[in-house]
Ligand binder design. Structure first.
Ligand code: KIV
Ligand code: ZN
Length: 393
């Protein structure tokens, strides 16, 4: 089995389906450029039949971005495939992503199709897609709530019809990690070696990243993710969490990807700014606090050797490490910050400043550089006066 995992980014498709997110074509193109710099293998640029904006964005991205494969989503419907094929025309690396649901509730309540009719559609539309594009992916929507034998029939029909990638979505984020791992092992065992197995997990039970990683352990070699974990309802597996876990724990996964981790933080910030979806401060990898240390004991450890409380250097992700000045901070953090700001101090200054910081930081605040400077200025004039010269003021 290949040791390379394909990173399929769906920020611009599933991610953009987040409630109240609506990106313009120009914004999608800007994000696509950043995804290319980040080194994702596939950019799912949109669902062309769903709106003229989606169509235009897929077409613009297909024309401008070289490097990653550009994917467009289509249901098993003629008009969907036709729109996707036209939108992808400008790219030399096109992928058609064809999907249909395979679970009883979706087939009966939504599609109003019998299982045999679903199999017939898979065969017909995957073949249709292959007549136009060599790279075809098939997704069995709601795979984790599908009958296992029927799911296997569906993916086998898709492979026979020419799909090169088979994607197993946990559409409603319902699977438990062990269950999902077994499902992926079972599907992998039925597929020819050259067919790539993919996973696409939603986070309704907070398991999207864990399930995606379990899928990779079970033989998936494509993982579908979104920047900052955005997406329908609770979102998709977070690109940054999956990417960094695979890199940091190669001892467990023994697979590679070609993400440039230095671009991770910048990508997260760009997506957050353009979508208006704020990244929670304690979000793993890209949250503002992910590499910040406030308690005195942690700060002391970090200053002695960052490996004490960080398994990964934050600067490797394009984000600086910060020692927060708050009510729990110790003198080490304060002296480090003063030195970085070029402020001279005595032991007595430290003592007095620390006292003031603790008072000011009550109410869960952290002290920024400006406030620190003001605290320093408020020290008795004689103390400060002796040191003004070192600041050149
Ligand atoms: O969650 C899902 O099932 C999807 C498919 C269209 C791949 O997004
Ligand atoms: Zn999805």
């Amino acid at each position: 089995m290949s040791d390379r995992v394909i990173i399929f980014d769906t920020t611009l498709r599933d991610g953009e389906q987040s409630p109240r997110v609506a990106l313009t074509v120009a914004e999608k193109v800007e994000i696509a450029h950043q995804l290319a710099r980040l080194g994702v293998d596939v950019i799912e640029a949109g669902f062309p039949v769903s709106s003229s904006g989606d169509f235009d964005a897929v077409r613009a991205i297909s024309g401008e971005i070289s490097g990653p494969t550009i994917a467009a989503l289509a249901r098993c419907e003629e008009q969907d495939l036709e729109a996707a094929i036209r939108a992808l025309e400008p790219t030399a690396h096109a992928r058609l992503h064809v999907f249909i649901a395979t679970s009883p509730v979706h087939m009966e309540a939504k599609l109003k199709l019998k299982p045999d009719q679903v199999l017939e559609r898979i065969d017909r539309f995957v073949r249709f897609a292959r007549q136009h594009v060599a790279d075809v992916e098939f997704s069995a929507e709601d795979a984790t709530r599908s009958d296992r034998d029927f799911l296997l029939d569906a993916v086998c029909v898709a492979v026979e019809a020419g799909a090169r990638t088979i994607n197993i979505p946990d559409t409603v984020g319902y699977a438990m990690t062990d269950e999902f791992r077994q499902l992926i092992s079972g599907v992998r065992a039925e597929l020819p070696d050259e067919v790539i197995l993919s996973v696409h997990c939603h986070d309704d039970l907070g398991l999207a990243v864990a399930n995606s990683l379990a899928g990779i352990l079970a033989g998936a070699r494509q993982v579908e993710v979104a920047v900052n974990g955005i997406g329908e309802r609770a979102g998709n597996a977070a690109l940054e969490e999956v990417g960094v876990a695979l890199a940091a724990r190669r001892d467990v996964f023994d697979v590679q990807h070609q993400l440039n981790l230095q671009e991770m933080y910048r990508t997260s910030q760009l997506v957050s700014r353009l979508t208006g979806m704020v990244v929670q401060p304690n979000k793993a990898i890209v949250g503002a606090n992910a590499f910040r240390h406030e308690s005195g004991i942690h700060q002391d450890g970090i200053l002695k050797d960052p490996r004490t409380y960080e398994f990964l250097d934050a600067t490797a992700l394009g984000q600086g490490s910060h020692l927060v000045l708050g009510k729990h901070s110790g003198r080490h953090a304060l002296s480090e910050r003063l030195e970085r700001l070029g402020i001279a101090y005595t032991v007595e200054d430290l003592r007095q400043m620390q006292h003031q910081i603790k008072k000011l930081a009550e109410g869960k605040r952290v002290i920024n550089d400006e406030e620190l400077y003001r605290i320093w200025q408020s020290l008795p004039q004689s103390e400060v006066g002796n040191r003004r010269s070192s600041l050149g003021s």
